[in-house]
Design a protein around this ligand. Sequence first.
Ligand code: SIN
Length: 501
Amino acid sequence: MDKRSTDVLIIGTGLAGLFAAVNIDSSIKVTLLSKTKVRNSNSSLAQGGIACEYNDDKSLHQKHIEDTMRAGAYLNDKNAVEFLVHNAFDAVKTLIELGVKFDMDKNGEYLFTKEGGHSSKRIFHSGGDATGNNVIEDLLAVVKQRKNIHIVDNTMALDLLQKDGKVHGAIVLENEAKHYPIYAKKVIIATGGIGSVYGSTTNDLNATGDGIGMAYRAGCKFQNMEFVQFHPTALYSEFVTSRQRFLITEAVRGEGAYLRNVEKERFMKKYDPERMELAPRDIVSQAIYREMYDTWTDHVYLDTTHMDPKFLEKRFPTVFNYCKKEGYIMGLDLIPVAPAEHFLCGGIKTDLDAKTCSMNLYAIGEVAYTGVHGANRLASNSLLECLVFSKSAAKNINETLNGDLLNQDFVIEELPNYNYNYKPIRKKIGDYMDEHVSIVRNEQGLSLTDKVLKDIEANLLKYPNLTKYYYETLNMVETAHLITESALKREESIGCHLRIK
Ligand code: SIN
């Protein structure tokens, strides 16, 4: 297959990218691009599961729609939420038909769990708490059998090729050395999250906001960028130096775990007496932030000591073993946790076919703003969003690709190449975002950060450099800037966005 031209270029190999690829007709050439290795994605790290009312009867979907809207503080686009929930059955059914196995009881009935903000048990899981990993492995096996799909790894998409409002491919950097265009009739951005923009995150550290940066430079529209979700229970350690934090799935609380502050008080009754530890994530993370502030500490505890260690080991093997390695036995010890950046609820604005405002350009998964999450995403709706919108993007591509021509009429600019690693700048971005644009925000801190980020961006743009580090750093600062600007504009507190002034 000619590496430099394809029908559909998919940037990113998480769940959204892989599921789009397998839903595209086998007569269409697809190139899947991974910045590093195909398995390095946030999807592979996802523990909890996939929220889905597994039936075709729309009248039974109402509670999932209402839970999604309520978690999102009703800032969601109702049409998009209905589209998500009504298409969940079909998308999950396709996944199962492709060979993905979800956990079942001994009678062969699916086992469903509950997480924050859900009014009933509706979350599929696999391998207990290895849902993302198992789904990705099964899909990769399917992708490898498809002759029309070609995976290119260790290759970063730097910028989109654009002419007359149409996207015609992307310029890429292979192995940090070879710089060339990949021409395509359609391009899908599926680059995932933005965790590296913050000082601590549950994301894979490759999540540097690449799709956001690329789309920003191509003039795409963005929405709801201020809504950055912090997961309440990332494992806390005084000694961890990595910015990536180990996630302890919300399903542990779904199965009955409590939260306690350092005085061992079960504090959620002060913040959401009805839903307690199973309130949506924005409420729980903000409550933890408040408790840490009031107790002069940087963590709280996840309490599973009233639960059976044997059950916990079987139900949550990934979490159980990781905690054990860190010196905590689930069911016996209190586990120190603190919130960490987890998910961007806003992103590149798309329609229900995942189309952006640029012709031939689609965005799917976390990088996209489809309208479903509003001011805060409901737990386990993210993998579902990947499935539903990847499928609709693929359907649209299958129906429209014939009308497109490959345009290879581009001159690729030569760029200088320096050995800079940009570490001080990345640290500065993370420090400002943690201090001023995280769970609690105020006008003064946001304005200061806005100015610092503008200066960093202007300096980077003055000295282009043909390296992965340069483009990642540029993407990080542009993503951080979009978040900060949106946060400045939204003066009220709502969902994940808590303004104290
Ligand atoms: C979790 O398992 O708590 C994370 C799942 C999600 O982000 O929805």
